[in-house]
Write a protein that binds this ligand. Structure first.
Ligand code: NAI
Ligand code: MG
Length: 337
């Protein structure tokens, strides 16, 4: 296949370490893929006044596929600043964040964990409408039927492909019945439409108990679908089973473009020291290979190589050691076929 192009957006902090590592692995696996680098993030905002330059959006729209590292966001208001990843998701119509969780290679005893958190990516509290009046602050949490239907459709399709054929709708409709009730009912409506033959086992859980069950009994889950913030929190929690944030991948999907993105952030506590685990970025790339470019074989090879490398050197071995181990593992597998 020719003409395949990937835009890489390293961003801030360890994004600048794990994305180049993933690009090295991509060059080893698919040397014909053209890689173009683009800017976004907090440093970009400070230098240019925007966290996502129009040129970055144009590049991703042209290529259709991107790998994003991580960005730093201040936890206080900054005039004119908008989170780069939220801007990218919104501008590119990336309404679903898909976060597969498989048991870490070194989990003892081994466990049969294979679940996917599907997070609604465009609304909830992430619409960013906050108001402060004296000692009171209010944040609007928006749920729409349209966004809930489309996340329900994608979750149902993923659950039909998942070996468990299970789908759990996560909400808190006992406390916010209008908004989470609308989410739950719309998701169920979309699932019924997609799953015409009623193959799926669909249930629902309140988000607090879903969190406990993800700790106690992660094997019980197949695909979970949740509003934005619940999905964000549950997927960090579930990342524990992948072996931590350093090994937890995700992909943002819409109807046209795809943007792969490790679940972790810019990790300022370890940035610039070569300590970041690049596995999450590499596994996110594998999701892009399989889900966006239909390159199942290459995606499987990459996932196997990452698992092999983590087993042999460990997730704390540092970016360079892990990257070299993955490239060596890829060489071993590709030369033996
Ligand atoms: P974080 O994910 O950056 O770090 C949490 C902890 O996990 C830290 O101790 C870090 O060292 C460790 N960690 C994360 N990734 C790792 C890796 N690949 N290898 C080894 N250790 C790793 O989350 P935190 O600290 O809450 O946020 C830091 C910054 O990242 C903030 O500015 C936040 O806004 C931003 N952030 C950005 C995200 C994105 O770009 N999508 C997502 C989450 C946070
Ligand atoms: Mg998060």
């Amino acid at each position: 296949m020719t003409g395949r192009e990937l835009v890489v957006i390293p961003g801030d902090g360890i994004g600048r370490e794990v994305v180049p590592a993933a690009v090295r692995v991509l060059h080893a696996l698919c040397p014909e893929t053209r890689v173009v680098e683009a800017d976004a993030g907090w440093d970009c905002f400070q230098a240019t006044g925007t966290s996502v330059p129009e040129a970055t959006l144009d590049l991703v729209r042209q290529a259709g596929a991107a790998l994003f590292g991580a960005v730093s966001s201040p936890s206080y208001p900054v005039k004119g600043y908008k989170s780069a990843i939220l801007t990218l998701r919104r501008a590119l119509g990336l309404y679903a964040n898909v976060r597969p969780v498989r048991a870490a290679v070194d989990l003892q005893p081994p466990r049969a964990i294979d679940l996917v958190v599907v997070r609604e990516n465009t609304e909830g509290l992430y619409v960013g409408r906050e108001l402060r009046a004296g000692d009171q602050a209010v944040a609007e949490r928006v749920i729409t039927r349209e966004a809930s239907l489309r996340i329900g459709r994608i979750a149902a399709r993923l659950a039909l492909q998942h070996p468990s054929r299970k789908l759990t709708v996560v909400h808190k409709a006992n406390v916010v019945p209008l908004s989470d009730g609308l989410f739950r009912d719309s998701v169920r409506e979309a699932v019924n439409a997609v799953d015409e033959n009623q193959v799926l086992q669909v249930d629902e859980l309140l988000v607090d108990y879903a969190a406990l069950k993800l700790v106690q009994q992660p094997e019980a889950f197949g695909v979970l679908v949740a509003p934005n913030l619940y999905g964000d929190i549950l997927s960090d929690l579930a990342a524990h089973w992948c072996g931590g944030l350093g090994a937890a991948p995700s992909i943002n999907l819409g109807d046209v473009h795809a943007l792969a993105e490790p679940v972790h952030g810019s990790a300022p506590d370890i940035a610039g020291r070569g300590r970041a685990n690049p596995a999450a970025a590499m596994l996110s790339l594998a999701l892009l290979l399989r889900g966006h470019w239909g390159m199942r074989e290459e995606a499987d090879l990459l996932e196997d190589a990452v698992a092999f490398a983590l087993r042999s050197v460990g997730g704390d071995a540092g970016t360079e050691v892990i990257t070299t181990a993955v490239i060596e593992a890829l060489g071993r597998v590709t030369s033996s076929v």
